[in-house]
Ligand binder design. Structure first.
Ligand SMILES: NC(=O)c1ccc[n+]([C@@H]2O[C@H](COP(=O)([O-])OP(=O)(O)OC[C@H]3O[C@@H](n4cnc5c(N)ncnc54)[C@H](O)[C@@H]3O)[C@@H](O)[C@H]2O)c1
Length: 333
């Protein structure tokens, strides 16, 4: 009997574990690269990941491995789900062990500090040439816990090669998860990276006790600014209203799960900007905000809302003040 090709997931956090669960439903071996020995043990011995995805059982065909070569052995599909700060290092480690013909899909958000391009594009360019057209960005409103619990939703796969994109879409799609596709890797990558700074702004609205009308107004301003940056930086103007733009921004800025939104909320009246002291682990918007601002300046895009959010993150005290001042003096004309 022909053995089934495996799927590798690089990263055993909230999203990596959730995507491993989605893909495990096909019954194929899913090998997760995991650098934390307690998490590896939890997955392999107890069928759970208490640290990152509490309360959800993990089936036996999902195995965690501390060795990236083992996780990648024989994998025809590789999902990259590590945080922004680690993605280039992990891609570098993965390259020598990729199976010929494998498809790569990256869910990591964030902008590269030097090139001011989405990390997903920089990651793709680190791969050997034959893998690049088969590398995809996974965008859209994808709260890991909801994916893991099979709640209805949709993601967006962006990449050029239609054959491998359709194959990947079939792998993710199931009765509850729909998969949309796009050619606009730049635009989707930018939306994935820009939504976190604006989600912090939407969190500031919550911390300040603003009603829904005000928050919807700020959301609209955020979407307009994001659209201008995406267009100026080479993305497709229509991507802003897709799952990757509007969809992800709504989820990130309104969901109680959103780490960036929660960070913004907790920043109000706080004495600290340190996310760990605010009970939060990864808040990618903190690093992305100044980079998004640099990107806007590079392309001469006016972004007063983003500028105000960045000023909150650089303030020494009364962090919410620049945001409140911005809204007070806002002119819609
Ligand atoms: N959580 C979500 O709902 C969600 C949704 C869409 C996209 N994403 C994106 O997915 C990426 C991962 O997010 P997450 O929520 O899973 O983060 P997380 O903090 O829950 O988990 C991160 C995981 O990466 C591992 N890791 C860190 N550095 C590593 C390294 N050098 N090598 C190998 N593994 C390493 C950690 O051990 C941990 O298992 C982020 O870019 C995030 O924006 C997350």
């Amino acid at each position: 009997m022909k053995s089934q090709r495996s799927i590798a997931v690089l990263g055993a956090g909230n999203m990596g574990t959730a995507l491993a669960l989605v893909l495990a439903r096909h019954g194929r071996p899913v090998n997760v690269y995991c650098i934390e020995s307690d998490v590896e043990d939890d997955i392999n011995r107890r069928g759970r990941n208490t640290k990152y995805l509490r309360g959800i059982g993990i089936p036996a065909n999902v195995r965690a491995h501390a060795d990236i070569a083992t996780a990648l052995r024989g994998a025809d599909t590789v999902i990259v789900a590590v945080p922004s700060f680690a993605v280039l290092e992990v891609i570098g480690l993965a390259v020598p062990h990729l199976t010929k013909g494998a498809t790569v899909a990256i869910v990591t958000k964030g902008l590269d500090e030097k090139k001011l391009l989405p990390k997903v594009e920089i990651s793709r360019n680190l791969l050997p040439a034959p893998f690049r057209t088969r590398t995809f960005a996974i965008g859209g409103p994808a709260i890991a816990t909801e994916l893991a619990e099979s709640k209805p939703g949709a993601i967006l796969l962006a990449g050029k090669d239609t054959t491998s994109r359709n194959r990947l879409a079939r792998l993710f799609a199931n009765g509850t998860l729909k998969v949309a596709v796009s050619d606009d890797v730049r635009g989707v990558g930018l939306c994935m990276s820009l939504k976190n700074p604006y989600a912090i702004g939407l969190g500031l609205c919550d911390g300040l006790g603003f009603p829904m009308n005000t928050k919807a107004f700020v959301l609209t301003l955020a979407l307009e600014e994001m659209g201008r940056i995406v267009r100026a930086a080479g993305g497709d103007a229509t991507t802003i209203t897709t799952l990757a733009g509007l969809g992800d921004l709504v989820v990130s800025g309104f969901s109680s799960h959103g780490r960036n939104r929660t960070y913004g909320e907790r920043l109000v009246k706080s004495r600290t900007k340190d996310p760990t002291r605010l009970d939060l682990i990864t808040v990618e918007g903190i690093a992305s905000t100044p980079l998004a601002l640099r990107l806007s300046k590079k392309h001469k895009v006016r972004v007063p809302l983003l500028t105000a959010i960045n000023a909150c993150l650089t303030a020494d005290a009364r962090f919410e003040r620049p945001f409140v001042e911005y809204l007070k003096h806002l002119s819609l004309l």
